[in-house]
Design a protein around this ligand. Structure first.
Ligand code: GSH
Length: 231
């Protein structure tokens, strides 16, 4: 059985981390059996990052490489009919979410003093193995990362505006479709869900969540994807 190593559950989601939730959602949509291993210690992870998966003797890290591996190994046909243009859109959307929106979401949880206490309390409640002081270590590291990445040098309002730009792009591509590419679900929807669900189902009213709240076509889309996942 495939073992997926990921961060802890939160607010009813199998992972509070968008990369892990993306892969978990893909596994569900592809109906590939798996076992979840929730951890916070990244010591055993390739490159010291979660998520990663172990399938027999094979270890795969990086959410997109994992999805590629699973698609090929288990002959997943979710994306068989996509056009070249749709495949390019998938690539660009995934890049935007992974390399930009991720930082804004992470900043809202770990750095923003309005939301950090709520995130911390929820995290500690769900994962009591971790102490409050232990959680201060990733916080400090993350704040340092935001500074080096650059996001930490902007005003909070500017940070959120740049994340809302990403959400607006998703909203625009989705339009009134059922799923990103029309009436049928594809891997891109697992990728979007990993991020959007981690905003929408969090009991933390960040400006990102406020934006989603004012866009019912997007929130209905998130609920529609979730309704296929069985939790
Ligand atoms: N490109 C990777 C990104 C994974 C990643 O950034 N993981 C971060 C948390 S969101 C991590 O585990 N960081 C641990 C650390 O840096 O100590 C993917 O798509 O899976």
């Amino acid at each position: 059985l495939i073992r997926l190593f990921l961060y802890p559950k939160l607010f009813g989601l199998p992972d509070n981390n968008p990369y892990g939730l993306k892969v978990e959602t893909f596994l569900r949509l592809a109906q590939i059996p798996y076992h979840l291993e929730h951890v916070v210690n990244v010591g055993a992870a390739p490159r010291g990052q979660l998520p990663y998966l172990v399938d027999g003797a094979t270890v795969v890290s990086d959410s997109n490489r994992m999805i590629e591996y699973l698609s090929q190994t288990y002959q997943v046909n979710l994306d068989d009919v996509l056009t070249h243009e749709q495949r390019t859109t998938h690539f660009l959307v995934t890049r935007m979410l992974d390399s930009h929106l991720y930082w804004v979401m992470s900043y809202s949880r770990w750095q923003d003093p309005r939301f950090w206490p709520i995130f911390k309390a929820a995290f500690l409640k769900n994962f009591p193995q971790v102490s409050e002081t232990e959680l201060d270590i990733p916080r400090k590291n993350n704040i340092e990362k935001y500074r080096y990445q650059g996001i930490g040098r902007y005003d909070p309002a500017q940070v959120y505006e740049s994340g809302i730009d990403d959400l607006r792009a998703i909203q625009s591509l989705l339009g009134s479709n059922q799923y990103m590419f029309g009436d049928t679900i594809h891997t891109i929807d697992a990728c979007c869900y990993g991020f959007l669900a981690n905003i929408w189902y969090f009991d933390i009213d960040t400006p990102l969540k406020d934006f989603l709240r004012s866009n019912p076509l997007v929130t209905t889309y998130i609920e529609r994807v979730r309704s296929r996942l069985g939790y």
